[in-house]
Design a protein around this ligand. Structure first.
Ligand SMILES: Nc1ncnc2c1ncn2[C@@H]1O[C@H](COP(=O)(O)OP(=O)(O)OP(=O)(O)O)[C@@H](O)[C@H]1O
Length: 332
């Protein structure tokens, strides 16, 4: 969090222009059909996002995440359906989108031949902000993200991670009502990812910022999002809390490790005969099932009878990543 932990006094009021609703985004039967693309990129999506929520957007490559974000930002128009951002159409009233959204896109619009500082000044002007007014806050952010020494360097001289952090500063020249993060951790190391996560949490908790967050790091969404929308081939498969997705699509599993990998087949044969889903790799056997721990006494007895030494047993529930893979596999 920035050192002051407060929104600087000079920070301009944001998100005031003609905004009629507390619902952040409302989409009804939203469709995007690109020319020269056979299927629809977004295919009849309906959902609502409320003030203060952190929403994860999850889907395989080409699922339609970026297209959906572009429509929310008013950058591209829906082919049909209805989309409202704070109660207004972001394409017809682009000022509303421009003043209420802070967006960090996958491909940043930085001019590589200008310094990061000049790029930030240009971004401020583009958004109708006076640089001298947002400067203290922007520089505080730059300091907080550890990129002050890179401020006056040309953008092409920056590392991917430094550029990514400047993209975040650019999205946050004012504190937006909706922060859109399209792959914010691309190019960041583990420390950088956690830094960004903490900062976004602070924005949500201290300033009530609503966040729409896409990532291929599913653990990141699991940690930070209240609800996750799983989309595939332009359609919403589920829009639910991470825990609900895991409960609905995940399974409990037990990992049994045998001392001698050659004996794992005995465990596999027993589990299969008991009607359980089982996978083995070397000395590790994974047995799936809702009440999987209940089979342990029977399995132990069988192993003792057949001279199989078990060196470890653990049970766990699938992670959101495992659930996501199960939901989207075989959909090509
Ligand atoms: N301007 C465009 N013209 C034609 N087709 C497009 C255009 N933009 C995207 N597409 C296609 O629309 C589909 C959805 O693309 P989109 O970029 O929204 O997916 P995504 O979920 O963001 O993917 P990724 O995770 O790879 O970034 C893809 O098949 C893509 O090729």
């Amino acid at each position: 969090m920035p050192a002051s932990h407060t929104q600087p006094a000079l920070l301009p009021e944001v998100g005031e222009v003609g905004l009629l609703s507390d619902d952040v985004v409302t989409a009804t039967d939203l469709v995007k059909q690109y020319r020269r693309m056979e299927r629809r990129a977004v295919d009849g999506i309906s959902f609502e996002i409320s003030q203060g929520e952190t929403i994860g957007l999850l889907g395989p490559n080409g699922a339609g995440k970026t297209t959906l974000i572009k429509m929310i930002c008013g950058v591209t128009a829906p082919t049909s359906g209805r989309l409202e951002l704070f109660g207004v159409d972001p394409v017809r009233q682009p000022v509303a989108a421009k003043t209420s959204i802070g967006a960090m896109h996958q491909v940043g619009p930085f001019d590589l031949m200008l310094s990061a500082l000049d790029n930030l000044k240009i971004a401020a002007r583009f958004r109708g902000l006076r640089w001298r007014e947002v400067r203290p806050w922007a520089l505080e952010l730059v300091e907080h993200l550890g990129i002050t020494p890179a401020l006056t360097r040309l953008c092409f001289q920056l590392s991917g991670g430094q550029r990514q952090r400047f993209q975040l500063v650019r999205a946050l020249l004012t504190i937006p009502r909706l922060l859109v993060l399209d792959e914010p951790s691309a190019g960041l190391d583990v420390g950088g990812r956690r830094h960004v996560e903490r900062f976004v949490t602070w924005l949500r908790d201290e300033h009530g910022v609503t966040v729409l967050w896409t990532s291929h790091h599913i653990d990141e969404l699991e940690r930070n999002c209240q609800r996750v929308m799983v989309i595939d081939q332009g359609r919403v498969m589920r829009f639910a809390k991470p825990r609900e997705l895991v409960e609905e699509f995940g399974t409990r599993h037990m990992m049994v490790t045998v001392e001698d990998p050659a004996t794992s087949g005995i465990v596999v044969a027993w589990a299969e005969a008991a009607g359980l889903v089982v996978k083995a790799e070397d000395a590790e056997v994974r047995i799936e099932g809702a009440q999987v721990q209940d089979v342990l006494p029977g399995l132990s007895g069988h192993c003792q009878e057949h001279g199989v030494a078990i060196s470890g047993v653990s049970t766990a529930t699938d992670s959101l990543e495992e659930v996501f893979l199960r939901m989207t596999e075989n959909k090509e």
